[in-house]
Design a protein around this ligand. Structure first.
Ligand SMILES: C[S@@+](CC[C@H](N)C(=O)[O-])C[C@H]1O[C@@H](n2cnc3c(N)ncnc32)[C@H](O)[C@@H]1O
Length: 209
């Protein structure tokens, strides 16, 4: 699945950003979209945040407005190069999310935005376990990603987007009980909110004792 548009969106930053902005109109625009997963979180200037699968810093740029202790992690050297140019105040690490080069209990918040839908099922499980490992006790995993629409009006738009830009893992995510996976891993899930007719979900899970 997916089309040449997917490659183009990763090759040309302006194209990726334009598509993101267009998609974000379904929730009131990009600035609002980028705040969705941060709602309700207390973030101080020293809150240690990991932006997991940070891409070119699309969400990182909003995280650094609240904290001076933001790390972006991504597997793509090109994305990280762009992130370093775009959001120089964060630190960056090139690594796979399923094998993070961090000690246990490091972060107050792990945030990930529209990235988990790129993972195969086993990889997804491993990543959630890794997130649990690197979060401090009481730390929060907050994510925003696709979800099966509850309002049928949103199906054509989501389907078209997935057909043009995504691969089978995104379709797989629609069938995945992410909340269940977090709970299985040991998170206490205290927020699961749907947006854009249910086609987007925000989940927040806390590491409890
Ligand atoms: C759709 S982009 C999302 C970028 C950004 N978070 C955003 O909100 O626009 C997905 C990102 O995940 C990264 N990625 C995919 N698989 C990964 C993995 N296993 N480990 C780390 N990064 C990964 C890709 O390189 C890409 O930058």
């Amino acid at each position: 699945m997916a089309t040449i548009l997917r490659d183009l969106s990763y090759r040309y930053q302006w194209f990726y950003d334009s598509i993101s902005r267009l998609a974000a109109l379904s929730v009131g625009g990009e600035a609002h979209f980028r705040q969705l997963a941060l709602q309700g979180l207390t973030i101080h200037s020293d809150t240690k945040i990991l932006d997991l699968c940070c891409g070119s810093g699309q969400a990182t740029q909003f995280l650094v407005k609240s904290s001076q202790n933001v790390t972006g992690l991504d597997a793509s050297p090109l994305s990280l190069k762009r992130a370093r140019e775009h959001v120089p105040s964060a630190s960056y690490v090139e690594a796979f999310a399923e094998e993070m080069p961090f000690a246990d209990n490091q972060f107050d918040i792990v945030h990930t935005s529209v990235a988990l839908h790129e993972m195969k099922p086993q990889q997804l499980r491993k990543i959630i376990q890794e997130v649990h490992r690197v979060l401090k006790l009481g730390g929060v995993f907050t994510l925003v990603d696709f979800h099966t629409p509850s309002n049928p009006i949103f199906w054509p738009g989501l389907s078209l987007f997935l057909l043009l830009f995504e691969t089978e893992t995104a379709w797989e995510l629609l069938k995945t009980d992410l909340v269940g996976l977090l709970v299985e891993t040991g998170f206490e899930v205290n927020k699961h909110i749907l947006y854009a007719g249910g086609s987007l979900q925000v989940i927040q899970g806390r590491v409890d004792g």
